[in-house]
Write a protein that binds this ligand. Structure first.
Ligand SMILES: NC(=O)c1ccc[n+]([C@@H]2O[C@H](COP(=O)([O-])OP(=O)(O)OC[C@H]3O[C@@H](n4cnc5c(N)ncnc54)[C@H](O)[C@@H]3O)[C@@H](O)[C@H]2O)c1
Length: 291
């Protein structure tokens, strides 16, 4: 899609109040507030989780990351050290409750509290055409375990540790949804329902978070060039993608804006047009390319 088509598209939606773009200043303007905060990020060993971990640490946050990819984890810790930031990390499989408890305990014991919890770890679709096959096999539903169960565990622990934190502001739980939170397709038989679930879960979680003074945000990126999308990258040749920088901006905004008065239906989209706040059920996301 060309930039002018994108601009026309977004102006039309802004005109009917369906999407509100966030400026760069809104996204990053309060990043200094990350100083001294304790930020737990699952899936911090790669892609979006790594990018936000490094950004938060550069701005003075103490970062705690977990991942099943221990090499990736080490690399993120190295990048943070090179930027003179503070971080801890350990192997954590988000589908294992005890692993996530240990990750939050690492944050609590190392830095005394948790301010921001980011449920970021995720995998692509493990159904691999199983639903199309003539012969019957038990489907591999690992996508649901990682992308739904893992997120629910992170949020449950986030609520627990943030409630123990006496700070009056700056507390946030952030869930990473996707454009797949709004779309289904035959190649996302498990990823689409998983990401719909993340959005639905976030819409419910928001009520509890508001009660506890916690900002709760679901961020829904369009395609962004990270390892998770390498398998479908060839099909996206010539498409304008979302950027890692915009996702980091959305994460920074959600971590630092205090309680943002978004209704439970609202989410933050990150797509080639930038970072956009949705207006309940009224908006429509961009059309997807044919995959
Ligand atoms: N990149 C995109 O196009 C895109 C678009 C929409 C949403 N997302 C979402 O963004 C999040 C981050 O993805 P990314 O783009 O950075 O991809 P990525 O593959 O670079 O990072 C995902 C990380 O999650 C980790 N992970 C996987 N399974 C895990 C488990 N069981 N326990 C702990 N960690 C685990 C991986 O090892 C990896 O480090 C995911 O939730 C993904 O679904 C990505």
């Amino acid at each position: 899609m060309s930039r002018s088509r994108i601009d026309k598209d977004v102006s039309a939606r802004i005109a009917d109040g369906a999407l509100r773009p966030l400026s760069r200043d809104e996204l990053f303007g309060d990043r200094a507030k990350l100083k001294g905060r304790v930020v737990v990020i699952t899936g911090g060993g790669s892609g979006l989780g790594r990018a936000f971990a490094v950004e938060a640490a550069k701005n003075g946050a103490s970062v705690v990351i977990g991942d099943v990819n221990e090499q990736g984890l080490e690399e993120t810790l190295r990048l943070i050290k090179a930027a003179k930031g503070t971080a801890r990390g350990q192997r954590c499989d988000v589908t294992i409750w005890e692993d996530q408890v240990a990750l939050f305990e690492l944050a609590q014991s190392s830095f005394g509290r948790v301010d921001v919890a980011v449920a970021n770890a995720g995998i692509g679709d493990t159904s691999q055409g199983q639903f199309l096959k003539e012969e019957l096999e038990k489907p591999d539903i690992t996508t649901l375990d990682v992308d739904v169960v893992g997120v629910v565990y992170t949020a449950r622990l986030g609520l627990h540790y943030l409630r123990r934190n006496p700070a009056e502001d700056g507390k946030a739980i952030i869930l990473i949804g996707s454009y797949a939170s709004f779309y289904g397709s035959p190649v996302t038989m498990l990823y689409a329902p998983a990401k719909h679930a993340v959005l639905g879960f976030g819409r419910s979680l928001k009520f509890l978070c508001a009660h506890d003074g916690i900002n709760c945000t679901v961020i829904c990126p369009y395609f962004v060039d990270t390892p998770i999308m390498q398998a479908i990258k060839p099909a996206l040749q010539g498409e304008t993608l979302g950027t890692i920088d915009d996702v980091v901006g959305a994460l920074t905004y959600a971590s630092t804006a205090g309680i943002v008065k978004l209704s439970p239906g609202q989410a933050i989209l990150v797509d080639p047009r930038g970072v956009l706040v949705t207006n309940g059920g009224k908006f429509s996301p961009m059309a997807l390319p044919k995959l």
